[in-house]
Design a protein around this ligand. Structure first.
Ligand SMILES: Nc1nc2c(ncn2[C@@H]2O[C@H](COP(=O)(O)OP(=O)(O)O[C@H]3O[C@H](CO)[C@@H](O)[C@H](O)[C@@H]3O)[C@@H](O)[C@H]2O)c(=O)[nH]1
Ligand SMILES: [Mg+2]
Length: 195
């Protein structure tokens, strides 16, 4: 039998390049039964991202951010406001760790030095090529260096939410928290009894 690759003749065409890039990727896919099909799949992405859950083991509080998200608005949820981990897109030539430390200071005004990497996740593997690196770090009041809020130069407007861990877990049940990264990291804290 002639040997054929499972995936072959991959070509990509950029359909839109605005904030991120939307590509149409054309390829031949060989099914288990030996038949092949020429398929086109859409793939969206930007630079990879980072996100972090900050927790204070003595006060049993966590720091989250609240901001407007157009996709959430378009979906008709919470007027478009989403409660999430601190995070953002990695700048060119920046390490994920430096990015997460930078975003923590920009978005919520805390300077943390020691961050622990927990997982690398694809948020929507059927659509997005982005990897997100997930972190945790403990904090206390000494780490607070300013009020955060995001970069005005990037039109960011972020509300800092310091809330009890118990309340944050409740907000998963009530669907006030709907971001997958945030839910998995709150559960990570819970499973590992870090707080
Ligand atoms: N999505 C999007 N955001 C835009 C756009 N123009 C400006 N922004 C704003 O630019 C800012 C980017 O901030 P970052 O902190 O760098 O990224 P992020 O929006 O928090 O994104 C993070 O989460 C995403 C998942 O929700 C990730 O996809 C992303 O990589 C990153 O981790 C946000 O305030 C966002 O609203 C646009 O066209 N599209
Ligand atoms: Mg952000």
């Amino acid at each position: 039998m002639e040997f054929k690759e499972k995936i072959s003749n991959v070509t990509s065409k950029v359909i839109s390049s605005f904030w991120g890039t939307l590509e149409h990727v054309n390829f031949d896919f060989r099914f288990k039964n030996g038949k092949s099909a020429n398929l086109t799949h859409e793939v969206y992405g930007k630079n990879d991202g980072v996100a972090i859950l900050l927790y204070n083991p003595s006060t049993k509080k966590v720091i989250l951010s609240k901001q407007f998200r157009m996709p959430v608005y378009v979906a008709g949820v919470s007027n478009g406001f989403s409660i999430e981990l601190v995070g953002g897109a990695i700048d060119d030539n920046e390490s994920p760790e430096n990015c997460v430390i930078r975003e923590t200071e920009e978005e919520v005004g805390y300077s943390v030095k020691k961050v622990k990497k927990v997982a690398t996740v694809f948020l929507s593997p059927g659509l997005m090529k982005e990897r997100t690196y997930l972190y945790v770090a403990s904090y206390n009041e000494d780490n607070k260096v300013d009020n955060g809020g995001g970069l005005a130069s990037e039109n960011e407007e972020i509300e800092v939410l310091e809330t009890s861990f118990k309340t944050a877990l409740k907000m998963i049940e009530t669907e006030e928290i709907i971001d997958a990264r945030t839910i998995m990291m709150l559960q990570y804290l819970q499973i590992n009894r870090l707080i």
